[in-house]
Design a protein. Structure first.
Length: 291
């Protein structure tokens, strides 16, 4: 069950119509979809920088009565919420004590059925390792209307800020995205590492730092070259962003030594070597917290 079709106020204009206002002020009169009471918007907050929010995400933040947010959503993004919005933390971090997923889903249903506008705010994109699908299933089963507002995933946008294209015509015509842990915090048992190791020139791993020693070993055993380039992008898109460049043969030891910051995206493959010329997010550019 989904949110109703967008409703347009008589005093708003269609996108693209002439508007004498300039800059962001003109958005106040745009025909954004109505955030109906008793519905849930599952919104992607992007990889970290507030400036990478979508317009619909910002609109939802302004209209929500309750914002149920994850661990990776920054205070800066929450600061763009409406002044009367109630904020509830419901973060989950792999392998660490956190909210139970069933409890989170039941809470969303409960809040929506109280007649409030509920914004479920997730880091990155709700449907990319964000459990958004599970929450939507719970909402649909309970007869609660919902809308998905996609966000920029860290595995794409975060890499862009590190100067690493996820795809490049001279390097890879495919890319594999995978998570570095399952619900127990261990290396995912459902991943066929023998197939994954050589299936694509570029692998992009979310939430993998804790299990990197074992993951690297599995990739090497299954045919990946120990000299293969690896980049670990921590706190992507933020002023605290840090990129560690190494090799597949060395990254496990770095992970064991504790020198790799989290949250992080791990990239395996030649794409990370393009940073030599594409590393644009540096110096004064990193001083702007908006992105």
């Amino acid at each position: 069950m989904r949110d109703d079709a967008p409703k347009h106020s008589p005093n708003v204009q269609e996108p693209g119509e002439h508007n004498s206002e300039a800059g962001f002020a003109r958005l106040d009169r745009e025909a954004f979809p109505e955030f109906e009471p008793g519905t849930v918007w599952l919104v992607g907050a992007g990889p970290g920088a507030p400036g990478l929010l979508t317009l619909l995400a910002y609109h939802g933040l302004q209209r929500a009565d309750v914002i149920v947010y994850d661990a990776l959503v920054s205070d800066a993004i929450l600061g763009w919420a409406g002044p009367d919005a109630v904020k509830e933390f419901a973060g989950k971090r792999g392998g660490k004590p956190s909210h139970n997923q069933r409890d989170i889903s039941e809470r969303l249903v409960e809040l929506a059925k109280s007649g409030k506008r509920i914004l479920r705010l997730k880091g990155g994109d709700p449907f990319i390792f964000g459990r958004g699908g599970e929450e939507c299933e719970a909402l649909a089963a309970a007869g609660v209307g919902f809308r998905i507002v996609p966000g920029i995933s860290a595995g794409v946008g975060g890499l862009g800020y590190a100067g690493i294209p996820a795809t490049h015509r001279d390097i890879n015509h495919s890319v594999i995205f995978l998570t570095g842990h399952d619900s127990s915090g261990e290396v995912p048992a459902g991943v066929d590492w023998g197939a994954v190791a050589t299936a694509s020139p570029v692998l992009v791993m979310y939430m993998a730092v804790k299990n990197l020693p074992e993951i690297a070993e599995r990739l090497l055993i299954n045919g990946r070259d120990e000299a293969d380039a690896v980049a670990v992008v921590s706190n992507a898109t933020l002023p605290t962003q840090r990129v560690v460049e190494t090799t597949l043969g060395e990254v496990g030891g770095l992970a064991k030594s504790g020198v790799l910051d989290t949250p992080a995206i791990v990239v395996v493959g030649k794409a990370s070597q393009l940073r030599e010329n594409l590393d644009w997010y540096a110096g004064q550019l990193m001083a702007n917290a908006i992105g």
